[in-house]
Design a protein around this ligand. Structure first.
Ligand code: FES
Length: 85
């Protein structure tokens, strides 16, 4: 997984969320609740796909189509390129 045009690059193990893998890397990824409630981990997927195995994100379909993603809920289903603030 690449973040911010290659500023960070790390792997996400099976079952890990994007946020769990990022914090283990370690990447200073914004976060607070870690359970989909605060929106502080919001990022944008610019390449690749994710799924939400435990809980659906509070995102509209257009927001998801634009690539917005809750890193604390999402797991990758392909190689990813992500932008964070
Ligand atoms: S850390 Fe709060 S929504 Fe992800």
């Amino acid at each position: 997984m690449q973040v911010n045009d290659g500023e960070y690059e790390f792997t996400v193990d099976g079952g890990e969320t994007l946020l769990q893998a990022a914090l283990a890397a370690p990447v200073p990824w914004p976060h607070r609740c870690r359970q989909g409630g605060c929106g502080s981990c919001l990022c944008r997927v610019t390449s690749g796909t994710v799924c939400y195995p435990r809980m659906a994100p509070m995102l509209t379909v257009p927001e998801q189509q634009e690539g917005w993603c809750y890193a604390c809920l999402a797991t990758p289903t392909s190689d990813l390129t992500i932008e964070i603030g």
